[in-house]
Design a protein around this ligand. Structure first.
Ligand code: SF4
Length: 286
């Protein structure tokens, strides 16, 4: 049943956030669909969003590319939810007066759209109602590629999920392509041409990185050997998170009450901003 799938997914995502250390006493963890104000603001913002912006959105473009590759109609499987998704994200960002938005490099575009739309709205109504948000991109995560070296994307099936079984994560890394110059064990390679190296850049300390650089360029180590420390580091990081998340999932009432409280708190803030929007636009007090 599709509804049950989503219900399960909501519990899983919430449990994973909590397992990662999100502290509900310091942060508000809410469920988007509990905040109807987001959807109303989405509509308002969509009236300030040029269609051309949506045409440029990465997710939409990637889907068109996939359709073209498959020889399908270029808009096959694309509904207005997907097409207008960046606008919904603008509402997520702007409704809560966000100053800073942590994103991956490939999501910077969303914050740029939000900034642009906020400026358009503000100048149209001669107000400073919306805070102009800034993207925050961590250097360490800026360049993590997908397992095949392409951009990381679920549609390319080249991702590692936080909740994937450990054995699957390990086998996915073992199957990662490496520098194509290393056909035989005796062929030297260049870490700069290998997606595994980019994982080392994130997960390994200096001595290990030196071991990789020397071992790869002199063919002193094999690729599987080289991947082992990455597998160990990722497993060491994810295993305790997965265990904690499973504990939360065993007690869905706790997760549910955290989300419920969070959604109530978020809604209070959302109502204030949306009311300001309605007043600025002349939709109330007429
Ligand atoms: Fe990549 Fe490591 Fe193999 Fe070099 S030794 S090609 S860095 S996996």
């Amino acid at each position: 049943h599709r509804g049950d799938e989503l219900r399960h997914s909501i519990r899983e995502v919430a449990a994973t956030w909590l397992a990662l250390g999100l502290d509900p006493d310091k942060a508000i963890l809410y469920k988007q669909s509990d905040i109807p104000e987001i959807f109303e603001l989405n509509w308002v913002l969509s009236c300030f969003t040029p269609k051309g912006f949506m045409n440029k959105a990465h997710a939409y473009k990637a889907r068109i590319q996939l359709n073209n590759q498959k020889g399908d109609d270029q808009d096959a499987g694309i509904n207005m939810g997907l097409y207008g998704y960046p606008c919904l994200m603008n509402a997520d960002i702007l409704l809560f007066d966000s100053d800073l938005v942590p994103v991956g490099k490939d999501q910077k575009q969303h914050v740029e759209f939000a900034r642009d739309i906020a400026v358009r709205f503000n100048s149209n109504y001669k107000s400073d109602l919306f805070t102009i948000p800034e993207p925050v991109i961590l250097d360490s995560t800026e360049t993590i590629p997908g397992l095949d070296g392409r951009k990381m994307s679920k549609s390319y099936d080249n991702t590692i999920s936080l909740r994937e079984p450990i054995e699957l994560i390990s086998s996915k890394i073992k199957k990662m392509p490496t520098d194509p110059a290393r056909i035989r064990l005796t062929d030297a390679g260049d870490p700069k041409k290998c997606p595994v190296w980019q994982l080392h850049e994130v997960y390994s300390k200096e001595p290990t990185k030196l071991w990789v650089t020397e071992g790869c360029t002199t063919a002193a180590i094999g690729c599987l050997e080289c991947k082992r420390p990455v597998i160990d580091s990722i497993v060491a990081e994810l295993e305790p998170i997965q265990k904690r998340a499973e504990e939360y999932e065993k007690d869905p009432d706790i997760v549910r009450s955290i989300i419920l409280e969070g959604s109530e708190a978020a809604r209070e803030e959302a109502k204030v901003t949306l009311n300001d929007v309605r007043v600025a636009m002349g939709l109330t007090n007429w």
